[in-house]
Write a new protein. Structure first.
Lengths: 226, 86
């Protein structure tokens, strides 16, 4: 038995095909999910991919968060289903309050697109178990609204509970507080990050490395061993 | 029809690089003496029917859950040209 991993397409999603491909490269069965369909089609986990859903109107992720598919994703995530939000997907998860904090315009006001080194801070989530804590990985980063923000109390709580999952290395690219690139919920099933692991799963494309593949092999191991 | 205006502003402690960019451009354009600029959003809602307490409560809820993200933003709700709607 292999895992079925769904990837949601909203109007304006860009990276759904790469995410589906990453799922397949890692060895699971990719399943396309549509924003207007509440049915998750028996998937075992969901990826919210990057892009500019609804043109980032109002705030990035603010409109997608109320789509029919998200009703089920929110309900299932609270019941323990693994959910990974990448870039716009991370923004949707914060807007849906599945993850704390919010994303704001990069502090330098420029769109950023480059390879980014990250340190994996938490290798115990559903999506990071194939990494080791402290491991450095390089994956593409490309966004306009990537500045992670939360109040001091929330930041302290995230740090104390080991819920900062990834931190930027080699310079903070967007003004994110405490160099936070990604976080997890307390249960470790919901993870969000701004950089794009799905663009770094094959040596021929992206960074030339496969540093992002671990997200997808991690979740497959978790689901298949479950 | 009555108009209800919802103003959304970033909370004071949140860095607003867009407002800063506007503020920095002002002296170059000959506008001196502006110490700070913060940029926000204004929503003009044309309300069908009376703007009573129930309607305002719904708009408040809408602002809190959708128009503003209260993690980073504050909002105010005010009724415009209320006298014409009565």
């Amino acid at each position: 038995m292999t895992a079925r991993i769904g990837v949601v397409t909203f109007p304006g999603t860009l990276d759904d095909q790469d995410a589906l491909r990453a799922v397949r490269v890692a060895g699971a069965e990719p399943v396309s999910l549509w924003h207007r369909d509440k049915d998750l089609h028996q998937v075992d986990a969901v990826v919210l991919a990057g892009g500019f859903s609804y043109g980032d109107y109002l705030r990035a992720g603010a409109i997608s968060r109320f789509s029919p598919v998200m009703e089920t994703v929110i309900e299932q995530a609270k019941a323990g289903m693994p959910v990974l939000g990448i870039c716009n997907g991370f923004q949707i998860l914060t807007e849906a309050h599945l993850l704390p904090g919010a994303m704001l315009r990069n502090n330098h006001l420029h769109f950023i697109c480059r390879d980014q080194t990250l340190r994996v801070e938490n290798a115990e989530t559903a999506w990071t178990s194939d990494y080791s804590a402290g491991q450095e990985i390089s994956v593409p980063l490309k966004n306009m609204d990537g500045r992670y923000t939360a109040d001091e109390h929330t930041l302290d709580e995230l740090e104390a509970e080991g819920r900062v999952a990834f931190r930027y290395l080699g310079g903070n690219p967007n003004g994110s507080l405490r160099d936070i690139a990604g976080i997890t919920n307390a249960a470790g099933n919901v993870v969000g990050l701004m950089p794009h692991p799905e663009h770094a799963v094959e040596p021929l494309i992206g960074t030339g490395r496969t540093d992002g593949l671990g997200f997808f092999t991690s979740i497959i191991k978790k689901l298949v061993n479950a | 029809m009555a108009r209800v205006v919802v103003d959304v502003m970033l909370k004071p402690e949140i860095l607003d690089p867009q407002g800063q960019a506007v503020q920095r451009a002002l002296p170059r354009l000959g506008y001196e003496g502006i110490a700070d600029v913060r940029q926000g959003k204004r929503f003009e809602l044309e309300v069908e029917g009376p703007v009573d307490d129930a309607a305002l409560a719904r708009i408040h809820e809408m602002a809190e859950t959708f128009l503003a993200n209260t993690v980073i933003e504050d909002f105010t709700v005010k009724v415009e040209n209320a006298e014409e709607s009565k």
